[in-house]
Design a protein around this ligand. Structure first.
Ligand code: ARG
Length: 460
């Protein structure tokens, strides 16, 4: 196919150079948005008297025909076209002749592509938000189910204090909640200013109405500087960055799923539909889905880094380097969606083993803080109580006992404040139940968190 810009050239582009230059294989996914942008542009051109009513009608009908042909599979993307913008324009011209050649008046591919990516990411971000919300629902349901499972909470991966297992799960719901906020913020800015009409870099001498196209495309306003309009890719970086952080959260969650499902922990059991076997070890059930999510996190970080790096040295305005924005942000988007699509059912179908979490909580002196609090509540300064309990723990370890089985007579040797009620006070049930401080690890607090997130999800 002859290039649109062939007039200026004496030779055709080398085949390898042509393939190298082409972005059609990855930007063809924006066909709908490209057509949407072109329809708005043609509508504006006609309103402003730049295009005749007849040409406008032909263009819009032609574009609609192309859209349905692509959607029905009747118009394959021909790999000779340089990009989706040229593909559609060439096809339109093939179908309607001269009117098609008028569509590109007062526009350039530079502002066209800047608009298309925004429209595309705006639509896709909605899907990601819905996927995160589904994951939050699964997490919240699981937290409610396991609200009465007592488990050890960890710091440094050492057993630290007893918690409701649901409390740990709800920590992830809170992270996901912030991810939603970040993506919405990114979309807000992405949609704040429509760059269409910035043209190649300097605007145009035609009497265009940029506010009108912005309105037709449901942007909140128009970009105020044509150079910035065509060179801004901040919105890709912002979205990729929100995705990278979302992946960090999924990866931390995945890491815990992997640990918890190991023989060493056995806190949870993943459903067979989300585990894989080994080709050699018959006993194995592997948490591949969680591992892949953890692994793909690096890939999304890579996409963010690729975007930032592609932009950092670019002089204004458009440079072809910017074509690299799409593969990076599309890959981040596809990866995030794929991960969420398997993560959610994996969480929804996992089983929490409350007996095992309880057994793990019984070891490791995780009620030692509560014993120190017991003394402190009876008047001993907390630091002294902390030291006393430390000595008692050391004695217990030596005698292979735990705080709950250490005799009162031994306790009394350390302080007269110790009485029979200490056993009730340091029982795991009490330790967890009494952690009712706002946002604490008690079942009541977890129920409040569950309600808070559920209400918020309902409002969205
Ligand atoms: N395919 C190009 C891209 O994705 C479209 C813009 C091309 N503009 C240009 N002046 N060559 O960036």
């Amino acid at each position: 196919m002859e290039k649109m810009w062939a007039g200026r050239f004496q030779k055709t582009l080398d085949k390898k150079a042509d393939d190298f230059n082409s972005s059609l294989r990855f930007d063809c996914r924006m066909y709908k948005q490209d057509i949407q942008g072109s329809i708005a542009h043609a509508t504006m051109l006609e309103k402003q008297g730049i295009l005749s009513a007849e040409d406008k009608t032909q263009i819009i009908d032609g574009l609609k025909g192309i859209l349905s042909d692509i959607q029905n599979g009747n118009l394959p993307f021909d790999d000779n076209a340089e990009d989706i913008h040229m593909f559609i324009e060439a096809e339109l011209t093939k179908r309607i002749g001269d009117a098609g050649k008028r569509l590109h008046t007062a526009r350039s591919r530079n502002d066209q592509v800047a608009v298309d990516i925004r429209l595309y990411l705006r639509d896709e971000a909605e899907e990601v938000l819905a996927l995160i919300q589904s994951l939050m629902k699964a997490v919240v349901d699981k937290a409610e189910e396991s609200v009465d499972c007592i488990a050890p909470g960890y710091t440094h991966l050492q057993r630290a204090q007893p918690i409701s297992f649901g409390h740990q799960l709800m920590a992830y719901a809170m992270m996901l909640r912030r991810d939603i906020g970040r993506i919405k913020d990114a979309v807000k800015r992405m949609n704040a200013e429509c760059p269409l009409g910035s043209c190649a870099l300097a605007g145009t001498t035609y009497p265009t109405d940029r506010a009108y196209t912005a309105q037709l495309l449901a942007f909140d306003g128009v970009s105020k500087n044509s150079i910035d309009g065509v060179s801004d890719r901040d919105f890709c970086v912002e979205l990729a960055s929100a995705f990278a952080l979302l992946m960090t959260h999924l990866s931390r969650f995945a890491e815990e799923i992997i640990l918890w499902s190991s023989w060493e922990f056995k806190f949870i059991e993943l459903d067979d539909s989300y585990m894989t076997g080994s080709s050699i070890m018959p006993q194995k059930k592997n948490p591949d889905m969680a591992e892949l999510v953890r692994g793909k996190t690096g890939r999304v970080y890579g996409d963010l880094t690729a975007l930032l790096t592609a932009l950092k040295g670019l002089p204004l305005a458009y440079n072809k380097d910017m074509q690299e924005d799409k593969e990076a942000i599309f890959d981040a988007l596809d990866t995030v969606k794929m991960c969420l699509e398997v993560f959610t059912p994996m969480i929804a179908t996992m089983r929490v083993n409350g007996e095992n979490t309880y057994r793990a909580a019984q070891k490791g002196f995780i009620n030692a803080t509560d014993l120190a609090d017991y003394l402190a509540k009876k008047g001993m300064p907390f630091r002294s109580a902390y030291k006393t309990v430390g000595q008692i723990v050391a004695e217990c370890i030596e005698k292979d006992l735990v705080l709950d089985s250490y005799p009162l007579s031994e306790y009394k040797k350390h302080s007269a404040l110790f009485e029979e009620d200490l056993y009730e006070e340091i029982s795991l049930e009490t330790c967890v139940k009494k952690r009712t401080s706002l946002g604490g690890a008690s079942p009541d607090s977890v129920r409040e968190q569950v309600e808070f997130i559920r209400n918020e999800l309902e409002r969205n």
